[in-house]
Design a protein around this ligand. Sequence first.
Ligand code: AOF
Ligand code: ZN
Length: 362
Amino acid sequence: MQLALDLARRGEGRTRPNPAVGAVVARSGRILGKGFHPLAGEPHAEIFALREAGEACRGSDLYVTLEPCSHQGRTGPCTEAVIAAGVSRVFVGCSDPNPLVAGRGIERLRQPGIAVTTGLLEVPCRRLIAPFAKYIRSGLPYVILKTAMTLDGKTATATGDSKWITSEASRAYVHQCRNRFDGVMVGVGTVIADNPQLTVRGIADGRNPVRIIVDSTLRLPLSSRIFDEVQDAPLIIATTAQGARQKVELLRERGVEVVELPQEGDQVDLPALLTHLGHRGLQSVLLEGGAKLNGEMLRHKLVDRMMVFVAPRIVGGADAKGVFDGCGVAQMEQSVKLIDLRTSRFDDDFLIEGEVELCLPD
Ligand code: AOF
Ligand code: ZN
């Protein structure tokens, strides 16, 4: 199952609106076939694994990170292929949250007497499909907020300098994350301050996520580096009726997708933006700041998970920038809590990751 998970990750960020899935056919400790779902419309993971194993499937074990599908979608039901191949035992990582499947796949496999074991490495298998699970339930993309801060919780000095808080290893990991996400999103203030490209660099076979910039008044300078690679890295600018018509036209001429959304106060209505991104098929979005957008996304309960890099530095000073703007909460009891915590290390930085607790305070 660990091998199936590793295989599945090769499809991460490529399969929307489908989940990333991996499968292995094995017998008596020998791997006979391997597969992963590469792209919606292409065969499912199990089909590749069964094909590779061929005749050897008869009497073998199938390990699959997600319950095999039992419905006719863009492709046929995997359950029928598994049964026809003569597999004896199936080990499933987690059930499929798609209401068209939701346990029916497992049920169908048991009908002709296949021994099905569920919940093998369930936690990582569920984590892998968390974007798909949220998307299929709500139509909204799964949002991971990524940030980097000093030990005293700052993302920039009082003068606004924010370059190189974290190590090169941490930054390389962020590129790996962008490569696995459908979208990457920032506020216009971050584009003005840092002039980022938000592309994937230094990864073989890397592909760029859709870049989303939240800019309620269209103040994004046309000289920004973000426009350099619009052909290879789609760019969406989310704005409101406050954005000048003429600028909208200029941006569209450059190949930018300008989306005019309702306003909340004088800001882009963020739930409306996320609904739009969902309609556009984005299943996962990496939110990379700044503090204002972070705070607003959190307030609207649109953040599902956080990745916080902590660098062993201290900036000091009351004016240095923090990770979240907005009014914050009055009582510690109302604070946003992360659960299912994990830590890892990138050179001298620590990465703290966790799921935002579901019942956020109002
Ligand atoms: C599997 N194995 O590798 C994947 C599954 O339109 P289709 O035919 O591609 O079906 C998409 C649905 O199938 C998707 O919503 C999810 O429920 C399941 N995905 N199932 O057995 C796979 N990718
Ligand atoms: Zn399938």
